[in-house]
Design a protein around this ligand. Structure first.
Ligand SMILES: Nc1ncnc2c1ncn2[C@@H]1O[C@H](COP(=O)(O)OP(=O)(O)OP(=O)(O)O)[C@@H](O)[C@H]1O
Ligand SMILES: [Mg+2]
Length: 615
């Protein structure tokens, strides 16, 4: 079974069970058990302290009713209530700090796990899912889990303790009155449950609208030059306006539900109060309970409104948290298609080369092969690779750089099947400069030293010299410390390409793959680069993809590809003689300024271009 089939089998997993999903967070709960325990103790302490207040009120009111209350007596009760309020404030701070802090720690731990897992995934994954989608899911789902484990936990414990204790005290005062007062409460829990489910749905829509809005701004800003060049400002503005309108509309729908929730809670609370006033009042008149008991009862009843609302809210939070945790679990279970099957195998060759045997390849989710039966040996020296656009050159480079999986027995590196070698061992020996330049919004020096952050300035400069960009960097306002702007917007296309080349050169890896990464250079600069490379990379394995005959003529050998296969291989002069496509390319490029191409054997003095064709 090859790598791909193993991984694909891994992807078609059954949905994870509750236990598996909870397994993601339970160890984090266990890790912070002390913090959680202290937080919960503080939370319960707040509840009990609050429950003492009605009791103190009862003593005060009874004293007033009996005429036994003195000013000192009342002051003492007031002082006690103040003291309790101070403790409540301290414990409230403590539980917030400890439990909400815990939920943030949990969020951080999950976020780190997601991020490092995403880093292990390969290109096939990122071709299936967009960046915006991954970002939105990761952030919204993390938020839902954090809410469930923070405020959800607090509300659940609070509701349980508070309602049990308040009901307990109420029963202690009068059982039948308690049952009467509680009659409307299940209605409140039901209403909250129904409304918060709606609220949740509408809130999801708000989140989606928000991701759409941010994604729209992001793509507009990224392609701002295109927007201006095609005078699309009006179109973009209208699109943005529409998205903004949808966003506000969905927010108003959320506000409608929120607006309903609190009045309903108030109404139900007051319905209970009505019953207590009538029946409780009669009990006081009949002398069955004291006036103080009555006041305490009313206060306990008010204290019950929040726990009843919390029951509905908590069940929703818990459901959302579980769903989100399930999605995070799914993301974390996505396996890279490229896997290290054999973790340890040593690479011996100092200058490794590649051997390709009957290698065919189709991109994931496509059926048309991008490479067909390619057999090729690539050893030390500079090998040029050319062919029409879409002929499979970049695909070949990406497979060599181990960016996609290959079947067993088709690609050998330093004499071993690549599938039997650790991925890192192969990748760390290959310098790869892709067709699209990737730069970071940082300084020139940091961009060059990306692959080797430990490199000193002299090494960075040497690499830049080899990539023929050193002199231009010195002209920048702050030399190597110049900020190049987002994705290198402050640089020309050719400068960006040479910066990427300098980055690969600095890594000094034995194999270098340059995929059409000099295309934006003028012929003279390109020539200067290739001459510098010839000297600097002597004895290494170098593969350069190019359409430029002038550059190709400076390589040791040239491979021509067509429709995913290798159709010819030879020296510049040889190919010029026998390959029609190569001759055509040669002729087309003759008229480019500075195109003095050597059509004889490599190393010979370049004759004039016209002479070259007929040589
Ligand atoms: N990520 C991808 N997913 C699906 N198909 C792809 C992908 N990348 C390339 N292809 C297809 O594979 C074929 C070979 O593409 P490749 O990029 O290797 O061509 P190329 O020779 O490098 O062309 P160019 O000279 O324009 O860079 C093309 O038909 C292309 O459409
Ligand atoms: Mg290409």
């Amino acid at each position: 079974m090859n790598q791909e089939s193993t991984a694909q089998a891994g992807e078609a997993r059954r949905p994870a069970g509750k236990r598996e999903v909870l397994g993601l967070v339970l160890p984090i709960f266990f890790l912070h058990r002390r913090r959680l325990a202290l937080g919960l103790i503080a939370l319960i302490a707040v509840d009990f302290l609050q429950l003492i207040i009605p009791h103190l009120l009862k003593i005060g009111v009874d004293g007033l009713a009996n005429g036994t209350a003195t000013t000192n007596h009342l002051l003492a009760i007031g002082g006690l209530i103040l003291l309790i309020a101070i403790f409540v404030a301290i414990f409230r701070f403590a539980w917030r700090y400890l439990i909400i802090g815990f939920s943030r720690l949990l969020e951080r731990s999950l976020r780190n796990r997601i991020f490092s897992h995403i880093l292990t995934l390969d290109r096939s994954f990122f071709e299936r899912r967009t960046t915006g989608d991954i970002m939105a899911h990761a952030s919204n789902d993390l938020l839902a889990v954090q809410m469930a484990c923070g405020m959800g936990l607090v509300a659940a414990v609070d509701a349980l303790v508070m309602s049990c204790a308040a009901i307990g005290f109420m029963v202690h005062i009068h059982l039948r009155l308690t049952l009467l007062a509680l009659l409307p409460m299940p209605l409140l829990a039901l209403c909250t449950r129904l409304l918060s489910a709606r609220l949740h749905q509408r809130f999801n829509v708000v989140q989606e609208q928000f991701s759409l809005l941010t994604e729209f701004v992001r793509t507009t800003l990224v392609s701002i030059r295109l927007v201006k060049a095609y005078t699309m400002e009006d179109l973009q503005e209208r699109g943005f306006e529409q998205l903004g309108r949808d966003y506000v509309h969905s927010n108003i729908r959320v506000a409608t539900i929120q607006g309903l929730l609190f009045p309903i809670a108030g109404l139900v609370g007051n319905m209970g109060m009505l019953l207590v006033l009538y029946f409780g009042g009669r009990l006081v008149i009949a002398g069955r309970i004291s006036l103080g008991d009555f006041v305490a009862f009313v206060t306990y009843l008010y204290m019950l409104v929040w726990p009843m609302m919390a029951i509905g809210w908590v069940t929703n939070l818990a459901q959302r948290g579980m769903t989100s945790l399930g999605r995070i679990h799914e993301l974390l279970s996505a396996a890279p298609r490229l896997q290290n099957r054999v973790p340890e195998k040593r690479l011996h060759a100092a200058v490794p080369g590649f051997r390709l045997r009957d290698l065919s390849f189709a991109y994931p989710a496509t059926t048309h092969p991008a490479l067909r039966h390619v057999s090729l040996d690539i050893g030390p020296g500079i090998l040029g690779l050319t062919g029409r656009t879409g002929s499979g050159k970049s695909t070949l480079c990406k497979l060599l750089a181990r960016l996609y999986p290959v079947p067993d027995g088709c690609l050998f590196f330093a004499g071993s099947d690549v599938n039997s070698l650790p991925l890192d061992a192969v990748r760390s020996r290959i310098g790869y400069v892709g067709q699209e330049t990737v730069l970071f919004s940082d300084t020139v020096a940091v961009n060059i030293a990306m692959g080797r952050p430990d490199a000193c300035r002299a090494e960075i400069e040497a690499a830049a010299r080899q990539a023929a960009i050193h002199n231009e960097i010195l002209q920048f306002p702050e030399g190597y410390e110049t900020l190049i702007g987002e994705r290198g917007v402050k640089l020309s296309g050719g400068q960006r390409q040479r910066l990427a080349l300098a980055r690969a050169l600095l890594c000094r890896r034995p194999v270098l793959i340059i995929d059409d990464a000099l295309s934006a250079l003028d012929v003279e600069t390109e020539y200067a680069v290739i001459v510098a490379l010839r000297q600097g990379l002597r004895g290494k394995t170098v593969l350069i993809v190019s359409q430029r005959i002038k550059l190709l003529s400076e390589t040791d050998e040239i491979v021509i590809m067509e429709q995913g296969t290798v159709v010819d291989r030879g020296g510049h002069a040889e190919l010029f003689q026998r390959n029609a496509l190569y001759r055509l390319m040669h002729e087309k490029q003759l008229h480019e300024p500075g195109a003095r191409i050597n059509s004889g054997t490599t190393g010979q003095a370049a004759p004039s271009s016209r002479q070259g064709i007929h040589a």
